[in-house]
Design a binder for this molecule. Structure first.
Ligand code: NAI
Ligand code: MG
Length: 465
């Protein structure tokens, strides 16, 4: 395996950073590489390269850009074992999570390649005799992609795949906790696939020193950011200064509702998965379990049994389902949310202890809507249970917090549909949780319209009297 050695990738060259910092394996703390601590000067060089490369990249046939992305998919498939191992070390996720991410990334490369062939424009109705009106679809220019640490490859590809397919060039800024798999290795794949110099650039480093100058750079046309709501707000403010396009994929305080007629065993298995998968560190994690009183005891018992059965440890050890949390900061944040809720009267009935970054999955009961576990995104392996006495109450509590995706468990699918139609999140699952499709909307997101009116025979003009 090639070990990250602290370089940016700018204009087709691997350039050493002026300063570097270590990348650690999350389960062991061992140093597995270094990354360059980029600054505004690195960002300037990367954006300039992306600006220079963009017109020629956009002028290629869509099929030629698609071919680069298809080759990248094949290279990622060939190198899947190496990527899987690095993802496990760098994120602390287990093999199944890493494998799932790589498969999703291969799919995203291929789906993006197909966009290059499908993104056409329109011919609009004429409003004057002899006029031909083209409504073309053109790239935005340079896209800044700022990525978090939880799914470093697939979340990088969400902007990168469609942006490149549609004729944009990209400067990628991965998270400082995971700069290798979704930064250096991913860029190596695109380099080998034949992306011309400047089309994809990598600047590693921390948020304020590397991410912020990138977002603020006047030659960046779009900020694509995935991460915390707080930094998302900052990105929106920065974008407003120059009216940049933004795509902000932020957090949510997602609910899983269990109605009185639900299959409790199935709901609890889904609840455990949705709260504990990858240590609860995903944007679609179920942070709130809103459960009808008639099934609350059975649901809690089933969830506790499932939490207890999960082995926490080094993801490379056999039988381990939950690896370490990503950082001490994230662990302490989760600890604090639990402690403050317990102080307000919640009961920690399972887990919630830790050994270093290894956190036992927790079940907390008696959570009321005023407690931090209810009002804040937990982003850790904690299932917080709130008991309700009616479907109306469940709906009202679900809608009290902003969420990306909510779920409802019921034995009656029409009841589930009716409930889902009154839930305010953009995504709702009935008898399932998590998961999210992407696709067609990428074409609108990573292009803009250019309207061209062609007058076939020149008109004679007179100023109105
Ligand atoms: P973060 O939002 O600070 O980091 C995400 C990315 O933004 C990283 O690449 C980081 O370097 C960059 N960044 C940070 N500050 C920046 C700035 N001033 N300008 C430009 N870029 C900047 O997230 P963090 O600190 O890792 O996690 C904090 C919380 O965010 C978590 O507890 C969780 O609630 C949420 N989160 C949500 C994610 C999601 O998938 N929606 C992913 C990661 C975190
Ligand atoms: Mg942060």
């Amino acid at each position: 395996m090639r070990i990250s050695d602290g370089r940016h990738y700018i204009d087709g060259s691997w350039v050493p950073g002026a300063a570097t910092a270590p990348v650690t394996e999350k389960a062991t703390g061992a140093e597995i590489g270094t990354y360059a601590l980029g600054d505004a000067a690195d960002v300037d060089r990367a954006v300039a390269a992306a600006v220079r490369a963009q017109p020629a990249w956009a002028a290629l046939l869509g099929e030629e850009r698609a071919a680069v992305l298809r080759r990248a998919a094949a290279i990622l498939e060939r190198r899947a074992d190496e990527f899987e191992e690095m993802l496990m070390r760098e994120t602390g996720g287990v093999r199944g999570k890493a494998r799932g991410e790589i498969n999703a990334a291969i799919g995203k490369f291929l789906e993006s390649a197909s966009l290059a062939r499908r993104a056409g424009g329109d011919l609009l109705p004429a409003f004057k005799p002899g006029k031909l009106i083209l409504n073309q679809r053109v790239p935005l220019g340079v896209v800044a992609a700022i990525i978090p640490w939880n799914f470093p490859i697939v979340l990088a590809l969400r902007p990168l795949g469609p942006a490149l397919a549609l004729g944009n060039t990209v400067v990628l800024k991965p998270a400082e906790l995971t700069p290798i798999a979704g930064g250096q290795l991913l860029v190596e794949v695109l380099e080998e696939a034949g992306a011309p110099p400047g089309v994809i650039n990598l600047v590693t480093g921390d948020g304020p020193d590397a991410g912020e100058p990138l977002a603020a750079h006047p030659d960046v046309a779009m900020i694509h950011f995935t991460g915390s709501t707080e930094i998302g707000r900052l990105m929106a403010r920065i974008a407003a200064r120059d009216f940049k396009r933004t795509s902000l994929e932020l957090g949510g305080d997602n609910a899983l509702v269990v109605l009185d007629d639900a299959d409790v065993e199935a709901a609890a298995s889904c609840g455990a998965w949705a709260s504990f998968e990858f240590q609860g560190q995903t944007c679609i994690t179920a942070g709130r379990h809103i459960v009808h009183e008639s099934v609350a005891d059975a649901y809690t018992d089933a969830l506790v049994a499932k939490a207890r059965a999960l082995t926490v440890g080094d993801p490379f050890d056999a039988g381990v389902r939950l690896g370490p949390m990503i950082s001490e900061g994230q662990r302490d944040r989760v600890d604090d949310l639990v402690a403050r809720s317990v102080k307000m009267g919640a009961r920690l009935v399972e887990g919630g202890t830790h050994d270093g970054l290894f956190y036992r999955p927790a079940v907390v009961t008696g959570v009321t809507p005023d407690m931090p576990l209810f009002t804040e995104e937990t982003f850790g392996p904690v299932a917080a249970i709130t008991v309700v006495s009616s479907e109306e109450e469940a709906l009202e509590l679900t809608n009290r917090c902003p969420a990306l995706v909510n779920s409802v468990y019921t034995g009656d699918l029409m009841r589930g549909l009716a409930f889902a139609e009154r839930v305010r999140s953009g995504m709702v699952h009935v008898n399932d949780a998590m998961g999210r499709p992407t696709g067609e909307e990428d074409i609108d997101e990573f292009t803009q319209r250019r309207w061209i009116g062609i007058q076939r025979a020149p008109l004679t003009w007179e100023v109105s009297s």
